[in-house]
Design a protein around this ligand. Structure first.
Ligand code: BYC
Length: 474
């Protein structure tokens, strides 16, 4: 079904035929807008931003681009087209038709999964709300806002599921999603990474690279769900997510490119005084964001994860491409765990190790990006390699919680770890230095001293374009 933009809430789910649901969502809409105006991009609500909007959910050209004030963005409900006669692909119900309604016995668990996913979306908007003031260019400012409005839409996607399929509980959860606040002591967001501040653009690019990438893997797993409306909504969200990952990976790549250029120009690896970011500081930020994002996959051994899979609610990444029984009741999986002062590999039931196998797919994806950055460093003749820290480094969730592991994977005592912390993670001085680089650059085609321009603009437009117009005065 094509997207209907004539209605108050654009949608491709035939909303006007379901009066009750339409009323519930129309009731939630002003609350969402109130939240957006309060917690969305601070100071830029009246600027005109060159944004893309979904016009259809199929592969060919789903977007149009135009200038828009962010509060006028047409947030709505877009599900990927249904797959005819789709069957559950894994777990105890493998081979049975997918569910169009929530199976009563899984209601609570499914709601919890949808709420956890939904909670991350407004959280990230809250985390990034002050970044507009210190943008390194109009191109980057526009990308930040594109990411923000789409995270807002992802919240709509989860709220639709809650309102349409979970009755009064769902309505209450939809309200609570607008009430929690990132970093709040009283009512924080659910998952750890979404309560961390994003105070500067290096953190923003790290977040969109590493934390949004968790989104890619979690959404892909939920896209396998036997609950078909969840699957369809996640499938469409993944198409939007790809741009967020592009912003992160290319953002970090451009910072690295600029650092290498300054290092060569000034024949030093300490480029702070020339307005660049030392590769060593980039490594520290990377260590921080990678480890926080690893926690988002949950414990290495999780009965929750086993249940999600067995009951058909959450599959594995690319479930259909796997060549096994898709039930996993007999198979095992190798998991790294701390043991007796060392780290061992133990053979665990594959069902309980599902979080770890998803984390492994994520690490492999992060490694691919890292290889590309390192190749560029190499090509510019600089002798430096960025690395991903060991999975046990600085973990707060799972087997490695409370265990002190160095970035190279060596378990050490707490005091040894604390002695090394300043070399591995951003220090207050590093953060202050990065903060000092963050000043607003909004001249046409200009970029801050610490980041290279992109190779091309957005939607075949020139790099030198006024991607955001009518900026607030400082
Ligand atoms: N922080 O058995 P366990 C995205 C909780 S990102 C705090 O280890 P389980 C995006 C866990 O909730 C993708 N708490 O883990 C990115 C559980 O609590 P309850 C988000 C944590 O359940 C950027 C308890 O610890 N989507 O889209 O197997 C911008 C024991 O849990 C953490 C999803 O996460 C943590 N890091 O798996 C915008 C998908 N980790 O329930 C958006 C939905 C665990 O006992 N969520 N806990 O109170 C899930 O699939 C699962 O909830 C998790 C955890 C994978 C997160």
């Amino acid at each position: 079904m094509s997207i209907n933009y004539d209605q108050r809430i654009p949608n491709n789910v035939g909303l006007s035929a379901d009066r009750r649901l339409q009323r519930a969502l129309e009731n939630w809409q002003p609350k969402f807008l109130e939240w957006w105006n309060q917690m969305g991009p601070s100071g830029f609500q009246t600027a005109d931003v060159y944004l893309r909007t979904a016009t259809s959910v199929d592969a060919k050209g789903w977007a149009t681009f135009d200038y828009l004030k962010m509060p006028d963005y047409r947030w709505g409900i877009f599900l990927a087209e249904p797959v005819a006669e789709r069957k559950i692909g894994f777990g105890e119900h493998r081979g049975e038709p997918v569910w169009q309604e929530v199976p009563g016995e899984h209601r609570g668990v499914l709601r919890r999964l949808i709420v956890t996913q939904g909670d991350t979306e407004p959280a990230s908007v809250e985390q990034q709300r002050h970044l507009g003031r210190t943008c390194p260019s109009l191109y980057d400012l526009r990308n930040l806002f594109q990411v923000n409005v789409e995270e807002g839409r992802h919240l709509w996607a989860m709220v639709y599921l809650l309102q349409a399929y979970f009755g009064r509980d769902g309505r209450e959860e939809a309200e609570a999603l607008l009430e929690r606040r990132s970093g709040s002591a009283d009512n924080p967001r659910i998952l750890g990474a979404f309560n961390e501040p994003t105070p500067d653009w290096l953190s923003f690019f790290m977040f969109t690279h590493f934390t949004d990438r968790d989104g890619k893997f979690q959404l892909a797993s939920l896209a396998e769900s036997g609950f078909d409306p969840l699957s369809r909504t996640c499938r469409f969200m993944l198409t939007e997510e790809a741009h967020h990952l592009f912003v992160g990976e290319t953002g970090i790549g451009r910072i690295i490119a600029r650092s290498c250029q300054l290092m060569k120009e000034h024949r030093t690896d300490r480029i702070g005084e020339y307005g660049g970011i030392d590769l060593a500081i980039i490594q520290k930020y990377l260590n921080f964001h990678f480890s926080v994002s690893l926690d988002l996959f949950g414990s290495e051994l999780s009965t929750n994860a086993a249940n999600y899979f067995s009951t058909g609610l959450k599959g594995r990444f690319k479930e259909a491409d796997r060549n096994d029984d898709h039930r996993l009741t007999e198979s095992t999986y190798r998991v790294l765990r701390p043991h007796a002062g060392g780290i061992i590999e133990s053979e665990e039931p594959a069902l309980t190790a599902l979080n770890e196998s998803l984390r492994n797919a994520y690490i492999a994806d992060c490694t691919r990006a890292l290889v590309r950055w390192n190749k560029n460093i190499d090509d510019s003749g600089i002798d430096f390699r960025l690395t991903l820290p060991h999975r046990g480094f600085r973990r707060a969730i799972g087997e490695f919680n409370g265990v002190y592991v160095t970035p190279t994977g060596l378990p050490v005592s707490e005091s040894e770890w604390r002695a090394g912390e300043g070399q591995w993670l951003p220090t207050p001085a590093d953060r202050e230095f990065i903060g000092s680089l963050m000043s607003r650059v909004v001249e046409l085609g200009k970029f801050a001293s610490w980041i290279a321009p992109p190779p091309r603009g957005i939607n075949h437009q020139p790099i030198q374009m006024d991607y955001v117009r009518h900026l607030p005065t400082r």
